[in-house]
Write a protein that binds this ligand. Sequence first.
Ligand code: SF4
Length: 294
Amino acid sequence: MGLLAGTATVTGLGIKKSLFANPAEDTGTMVKVVTADGEVKEVDSSMVAHPSEEKLSQFNPRTAVPGKKFVMVIDLARCANARKCIEGCQSMHGMLAPVEYIKVKRMQDSDLGAPYWFPTMCYQCDNPPCTKVCPVDATFKRQDGIVGVDSDRCIGCKFCMAACPYSARSFNFGRPEQVAFSEAHHADKDKCCATKSGTEGTVSKCDFCPESSAKGVLPSCVSDCPNGTIFFGDELEDAVTNGEETFRLTELLKKRAGYRQFEELGTKPRVYYLPPVERQFPFEEATEAHNTQE
Ligand code: SF4
């Protein structure tokens, strides 16, 4: 629903359908709203539904983990497209294929160069264009570096999807099997996420699994990768780990010539890549063995 200034301004709220039929309990305060047809109407404020407390997220997605500045490093020399990061992510967030917050792309920098696998996800940019275009403040930058989404506030306008230069966000179209799966997933307190992935008509994405990070547990994409491709850590501690090996972030980036995607855009991603030099897996074998999508 769109928003207009007027007698009062309404943002991200629904109109109570039942009250159209029985406009009782008028407050006398008029607000302007835009209908689904794009028509501007002036209605009594009692006709505007406010989200109830119980519908608000169990975890406050805006609360940062104190004293942290999360960062990720992806070693392209190790990625064999095993897809375990994708499966772990879907399980963690209650998502079903074909929606993937992590996408593993085939890359080849020149005709003479060899192809390699390139995992992508939301880069939790420090200068994120996506948060600046949200009309209802549903997506935001946290102090711990994470770019969050408040699914209860999202109105599904997709402005953030258009603004992201990395195509990192997904729209939830409300496939019945996905909605049922998500509801069951989010009802389980042990699996509950700050971002309610799969809520119909909302946008969601990788969020660095802040509930796990708050408990000191690595995100699933990190711990489920059989090749130790993804490192996660804290820039303030200057350390990243894949669960088996731990490195000083600054030393690793210097030694392995770490870089960020589309640095020239000024988005300042919090995900770094280590170039695919001296790759540990022959590309063709990896393709045959692992490049299957369910
Ligand atoms: Fe926003 Fe895209 Fe950056 Fe993620 S990768 S923070 S969605 S601009």
